[in-house]
Design a binder for this molecule. Sequence first.
Ligand SMILES: [Zn+2]
Length: 414
Amino acid sequence: MGIVMGVMKAYRYRVYPSKAQATEIDKQIEFCRKTFNELLALKKLAHNQYNANLGRKHLYSEVKGTKETHSQVVQNVADRVDKGFRNFFRRVKENARKKGFPRYKKFGANRSITMPQVNNPENIGKKTFFPKVGWLNTKYHREITGNAKTLTIKKAKTGKYFATVVCANPTDNKKTTTDKEVGLDLGLNYFIATSDNEFVEHPKPLKYFAKKRKRLNRNFSKTMKQSKNRNKKRVKIAVVDERIINIRDDFAWKLSNDLVKRYGFICVEDLNIKNMVKNHCLAKSINDVSWGNFLEKLGYVAESAGGRVVKLQNPAGFCNIQKSLVSESVNPRNTSQRCSNCGEIVKKSLAVRTHKCNCGLVLDRDTNASLNILKLGQELSESKPVGDNTSTVCCTSKQQVFSMNQEAPSIRAG
Ligand SMILES: [Zn+2]
């Protein structure tokens, strides 16, 4: 598979295979998993014992003549093994903290098969064809645009099947027509507070399901290994996980689309800063994942619409401060303490919800923070001109401005 440039978009649809088709998909998934492990073992052996690097072509020759799947499907497995190694070597070179040596896939993991070149793209959107499985009954709940490139059939842990079609140059991305600017404060009281004095609540059902998930997890760990009961619990957990992911994604997509429609320039603080806020464990884990998920999608939506997202990064060295010592009061940018009108520092504890300054400004504390974030973002983007919307601009070691230029993240079409 060549490198595909430009904007990519992934569309996901539920498929309803017949019994025979489901069996065939499961068989191919398992075959691909085993092949992955075999190729990985081979590459490891060559690397460890002979210091040889088996390239993609060699891996292809190993799987040549496969009867179990379409040749391209098994070649895609070889590609993934190869990519896993290349990513590993890149991380070693970059001296990343987590090197992530490619790992063997256990049974039940990695439940998908991919056709790297869609067989008959003209049919996609109406019908789905997967080699050796046949025509799959698919619920195309929304229109596909662009050129269909890859087709992946995935079996979720809940037992449902999904088809993901990745398209190049989708045309259903709306273009931002506004250059209005906004700052966002990701907070504990609200999911976001904007510099236009708007507040978005945390998605409520998330907390409920997170609690449920925790309870199920406890029950699960009490069950006997390899018992029927354990498997039942496993499916229950998968169902709850699916709900959590759906709620989180729907929320993030809707919010991102809404913001990008209304603003062409969005400033937000990096999560590392927020992470330092002292917080209850469960709430923290929910918030962290939700914010990360939201920022990823916001960047994607903004980029495909031609908008910009500016992320304020941690000042250098700050992350070395012991986490336990850090509370919001020493947020290095002081976005919550600083007055957005006069710049004066107005000390206030987390419990104080209103910003009151001697200059006369009285505002919600989160709105005040988002105004500061907007200001910082504007300063940053002025000092570092951005040529076009898709370029990445490197700044000082302390700060970075970028409009995200990335391939489609793991996207669920909403
Ligand atoms: Zn003031």
